[in-house]
Every structure is written in C-alpha cells, then in structure tokens.
Design a protein around this ligand. Structure first.
Ligand SMILES: Cc1cc2nc3c(=O)[nH]c(=O)nc-3n(C[C@H](O)[C@H](O)[C@H](O)COP(=O)(O)OP(=O)(O)OC[C@H]3O[C@@H](n4cnc5c(N)ncnc54)[C@H](O)[C@@H]3O)c2cc1C
Ligand code: FES
Length: 257
C-alpha cells in the first residue's frame, strides 16, 4: 500500500562527485518497504511536475528512515541536491514490486552497474546464505565497504581499470564466480541483457531491475512499458516498469526490442 508523505530530510550530502546520499524520515513508508522498491520524489516546482523515481538503498523500519543514493542527471535531481537537512520533501512509496526472495535459495549473486548498485545494498542485508556481490562502474565504484560489512564477498570491475578487474562485471563472471541459486541484477540495460544471457547459458535464474523513463510513476500512463514474454506464452505483452516491475525475470524480458 503506497503512501504520499512529507518526509523530513535528515541528511543530503555529496557521496562522490555527482552522486548524493540522502536519508529521509518517512516511518509510514519505511515500515512497508522491501528491497528493490522505489520512491517517487516530487520537486514541488511547476516546471518539474513529474515525480522522479529513486530506488531504496537502505530501509530502517525501526528508525523510520530511508536512504537513497542518486546521481545528478537533469533538472530534478539537480534540485534535490540543493536541499538541506531539515527541509521537507513530498515522496510517494513504497512503489513497484521489489526483488523476490526465498529461504530455499542459499547462494546469491548480486550484480550492480553504476547507479544501479544502491538497491542491492538493502537486498544484501535482507538475504541469508552466501552472498557474492559484483560491482561495476566506469571509474568510481560505490558502496564497496558497505557491502563488505554485510559479510558478502565483493568483486569490482571498472572500465578504466582504476579499481578491481579492468573491464566489466561480465569479465568477473567469466573468471571465478561460483554457481548461485539466484542472481539479482540492477544497472544499465546493456549490462542487464549481457548478464541475463550469461545466466541463461549457466542455467541460473536471474531477476533484473529495469529502468525506463517514467512519467506518472504509478501505472496510469503506460510511459514506462517494457516487452515481457511470460514463460509458456507465445507472444509478448507490454508491462509497466513502475507498477509490474521494476523487477522482472531476466529470461522473460524481450531484450532486442
Ligand atoms: C525504478 C527506477 C529507479 C531508479 N533509481 C535510481 C537511483 O536509485 N538513483 C539514481 O540516481 N537514479 C535512479 N533512477 C533514475 C532517475 O529516476 C533519473 O535519473 C531521474 O528521474 C532524472 O530526473 P532529472 O529531472 O534529474 O532528469 P531529466 O532528464 O531532466 O528528467 C526529465 C523527466 O524524465 C524522467 N526521467 C529521466 N531519466 C529517467 C530515468 N532514467 N528513469 C526514469 N525517469 C527518468 C524524469 O522523471 C523526468 O520526468 C531510477 C529510475 C527508475 C525508473
Ligand atoms: S510511468 Fe506511467 S505507467 Fe509507468
């Protein structure tokens, strides 16, 4: 059940160049939220009416707080970066269907690329069993120490070779990653397609968190449709990232459309 609330900003600081770390007090949302779900953030400005979707990086129901990590991309996120501690922001959430979890899955592989990494942190904290995290970035991988603190095995790949393997998360996968009962991935579409193809070859199930440009963000406009072909169906259908996703089965996404 989603809530529309006025959340107080407890923290909004630069994490690294162009990426901000925001903590909100929003107990009504924190008590309901699950890893992989997202918030719609409103600017309250007439020229930026549409909400901006941002994933939940950490959820603390006891403290009633939510953590978001966002990259300044355009006008909306630039505006968010100017907000100060104790400012109030209108947010709606928790939105979408997050990652599916099951106690019978004991070995987990989490794969994040760029600003797709944050939602995997709350997932890593929620999962039980052996967790391997692969973090990919152009040059500045994020949240490495925080994933390590969860007890996960962490591997890093960067395009420029400044951290970890010189290459992509796929290069790590090809080298030395053990078999997992479930793979969970979030990042650029090209990365999601590549890891889904790899997972299919390895006969491992994979959930992917998709990102599409959104308008209403609540399932009312079809602005965020992706083509999904359900197992056993002969044709694809348009599903909404904001309402039916953002998490889908990797082998059901029609990647080449
Ligand atoms: C489910 C989901 C989770 C996301 N989680 C994060 C996150 O955790 N951290 C993060 O940095 N970014 C995240 N994004 C991307 C983020 O929503 C966009 O970068 C942001 O909306 C851009 O807004 P803007 O006003 O700064 O840019 P502009 O380009 O000026 O945005 C103009 C309009 O396009 C929409 N839009 C633009 N880019 C996107 C996009 N990639 N996805 C959806 N709508 C977009 C905006 O909502 C706005 O209505 C997520 C996107 C989705 C769909
Ligand atoms: S953004 Fe309107 S239906 Fe998803």
């Amino acid at each position: 059940m989603k809530k529309l609330v006025q959340a107080t900003i407890l923290k909004n600081e630069c994490y690294i160049d162009g990426i901000f770390d925001m903590v909100l007090s929003a107990p009504e949302i924190a008590e309901l939220a699950q890893p992989g779900q997202f918030l719609n953030l409103y600017t309250g400005k007439g020229e930026m009416l549409l909400p901006r979707p941002i994933s939940l990086c950490e959820i603390n129901p006891k403290k009633g707080t939510l953590r978001l990590l966002y990259q300044t991309a355009g006008k909306g996120t630039q505006y968010f970066s100017t907000l100060q501690k104790n400012d109030v922001i209108k947010v709606m959430g928790p939105l979408g269907n997050g990652f599916l979890t099951d106690k019978k899955w004991k070995k987990h592989i989490l794969i994040g690329g760029g600003i797709g990494v944050p939602p995997l942190l709350e997932l890593a904290k929620a999962l039980q069993g052996e967790i391997t995290v692969l973090i990919g970035a152009k040059s500045n991988p994020i949240l490495i120490e925080e994933f390590e603190k969860t007890g996960a095995f962490v591997f890093v790949a960067t395009d420029d070779g400044s951290h970890g393997v010189h290459g992509t998360v796929l290069d790590i996968l090809k080298q030395n990653v053990p078999k997992g009962d479930m793979i969970y991935a979030c990042g650029p579409k090209a990365m999601l397609k590549a890891v889904s193809d790899w997972a299919e070859q390895q006969k491992m199930p994979i959930q992917v968190s998709m990102e599409e440009r959104m308008a209403c963000g609540i399932g009312a406009c079809v602005g965020c449709a992706v083509k999904i072909q359900k197992q056993g169906q002969t044709d694809w259908e348009n599903l909404k990232v904001c309402k039916d996703g953002p998490v889908f089965w990797g082998n059901e996404v029609v990647w080449n459309e």
